[in-house]
Design a protein around this ligand. Structure first.
Ligand code: G4P
Length: 525
């Protein structure tokens, strides 16, 4: 089959939400409708609940689960759907940000009782950075939730995106009767816990008396009024506006009851974008460029600590990947053979012979790959767009066993390559500081250093506000700045210069006093 044909069949998306909105449940139902799993309960939640904070078994389990549920592929209506799951826990936000660089669109789950929550707002900001198209699924309509207009207004306001309702709910909570699809003018009646889905009842004319037959007189009247109002308030669905990230189509449903999920999936297949061109340092590469290329966005340590193999997740951006072929590793400037690539199909991992743009494959790695690496058929540009963001918490690493310094160094480097946290090494005194977005990572790092590398360390809190990357058009000015602020200069894991700012005010002052030095909040500028 031709490359263009394969590309047009791919839909690669991420599923995101505030914890507990129903992401895991919706993922499972999508897999059920896609025929990828046969019964509910097969997809394990990858969330860490708050009470599990210091429960090591829970963290270990989490690592296993998140490999299993990181990527789930299935075929539906002659389309290859790839779902990328993201950790809902905010302490793993970096992982989510990176995963979002590998998708072509996003489905965002919102709880109709709670509305837009903080984590949802943060994730939306990340989507907006790359104009990623977003579909919202308002979940838990079987509960007494907020008024649908209120919810839509809140999405527009807090997520700063125009909305386009695609379905409209008939009642809510105890009186929830179903949804009317504004997209294909069909009526879907709600029956709790239904496991099969019949096609909706076509109602070309919502004025038809048939509506009364299905939902009763008062609901029929209410629905007609609301549909009229909705069509006045919101314009017609425009696929281009969705695909350029300026409008979010919205669906209503109840994932746990299998309701509204099939409509979501069917519409998603119709409107969601196929793989698009992506920028490298050298040029934009289209997915139908004949030469293979892709990048690593996630690295996962193997569960068995005795074997330090890791799985690197590669997003294919162009051409065709073939097992056993030599590919060019841009950062190492040399060719490698990847003979053991695997595809992720629902809960299974299977060896694959070929893969196409939009696909995510797993590559077993013994330390050659790290996040952000590009593989190609010889071209030298690295894919752009996996920046590091300044962490929010900083702690200095204190080695508790001088005889194990080597192990500590190796362990820290490898964990950082997996993207567990960020390591900064001060120029003066070689002090090492680990920066994270959440406190939970320190426990994970300490535990893994001990168990996998035999290294023992403590973390000491230090007073830092931000780590900012530095650049200047004038290398001399940058050198002068670095000299004058030596105590506050560190290097990140790739050797880039970083300014370790102690306070917001101080950062501001530096900006004012050294206008020739540019201070960046992310590693990519
Ligand atoms: P998450 O991955 O976004 O964190 O959420 P998850 O799917 O785990 O769902 C969180 C809770 O919400 C679960 O209940 C789940 O059953 C429930 N839920 C999901 N969809 C719906 C829905 O449409 N209606 C209602 N009423 N509840 C829904 P739990 O009690 O935390 O877990 P469980 O014991 O049911 O698994």
């Amino acid at each position: 089959m031709s490359l263009d044909n394969e590309i047009s069949k791919r839909r690669t998306f991420g599923i995101i939400s505030h914890p507990d909105a129903g992401k895991t449940t919706l993922t499972e139902k999508l897999l059920l409708f896609g025929g990828a799993i046969q019964k509910a309960g097969a997809v394990k939640s990858n969330k860490i609940k708050m009470h599990a904070r210091s429960d090591w078994m829970e963290i270990e389990k989490q690592r296993g689960i998140s490999v299993a549920t990181s990527v789930m592929g299935f075929n539906y209506r002659d389309t290859k759907v790839n779902i990328l799951d993201t950790p809902g826990h905010q302490d793993f936000a970096e992982d989510t940000y990176r995963t979002l660089t590998a998708v072509d669109s996003v489905i965002m789950v919102i709880d109709c009782v709670k509305g837009v929550e903080i984590q949802t707002e943060k994730l939306m900001e990340v989507c907006r950075m790359r104009n990623t198209p977003v579909i919202c699924f308002i979940n838990k309509l079987d509960r007494e939730g907020r008024d649908p207009y209120d919810l839509l207004d809140e999405i527009e306001e807090k997520l700063n995106i125009k909305v386009q309702p695609m379905t409209w709910p008939i009642g809510m909570g105890k009186s929830f009767k179903g949804v009317y699809s504004l997209y294909d003018k069909s009526l879907h009646l709600f029956e709790p816990s239904k496991t099969t889905v019949e096609a909706g009842k076509k109602l070309e004319d919502i004025q038809s008396p048939e509506l009364e037959k299905y939902v009763g007189e008062s609901d029929a009247e209410m629905l007609r009024g609301e549909v009229e109002l909705v069509s006045e308030v919101y314009s017609e669905f425009d696929k281009n506006k969705y695909q350029d990230g300026s409008t979010a189509p919205v669906f209503f449903g109840s994932a746990v009851n299998n309701f509204g999920v099939k409509e979501l999936l069917d519409c998603f297949i119709d409107i969601a974008p196929t793989p698009k061109p992506r920028e490298t340092e050298i040029r934009e590469i289209a997915p139908n460029d004949n030469k293979f290329s892709g990048f690593i966005f996630k690295i996962h340590a193997n569960m068995d600590p005795k074997h330090r193999n890791r799985i690197a997740f590669l997003r294919i951006c162009s051409g065709k990947f073939e097992r056993g072929k030599n590919y060019f590793h841009v950062r190492h400037n040399k060719a490698f053979r990847f003979s053991n690539a695997t595809a992720f199909m629902a809960q299974e991992r299977e060896t694959i012979d070929e893969a196409w743009p939009g696909d995510i494959i797993g590559i077993y790695d013994t330390g050659n790959l790290k996040i952000g690496d590009t593989l190609s058929e010889g071209e030298k540009g690295l894919y752009k767009g996996i920046p590091s963001f300044s962490p929010e918490i900083f702690k200095e690493v204190i080695n508790k066993n001088a005889l194990k310094s080597k192990q500590l160094e190796k362990g820290l480097n490898q964990l950082m390559e997996e993207g567990v946290a960020q390591l900064f090494t001060f120029e003066m005194g070689n002090r090492k500081v680990v920066g994270t977005v959440g406190a939970l990572q320190y426990e994970v790092i300490q535990h893994r250093l001990k168990n996998e590398y035999g290294a023992d360390c403590d973390f000491m809190s230090i007073n830092l506000h931000k780590a900012c990357w530095l650049s200047s058009k004038d290398p001399k000015k940058l050198e002068e700045f670095v000299k004058s602020k030596q105590r506050h200069i560190a290097r990140d894991k790739d050797g880039n210069l970083v300014f370790m700012a102690e306070s917001r005010a101080w950062l501001q002052m530096i900006g004012d006093n050294f206008p020739e030095v540019e201070i960046h909040n992310t590693s990519e500028f």
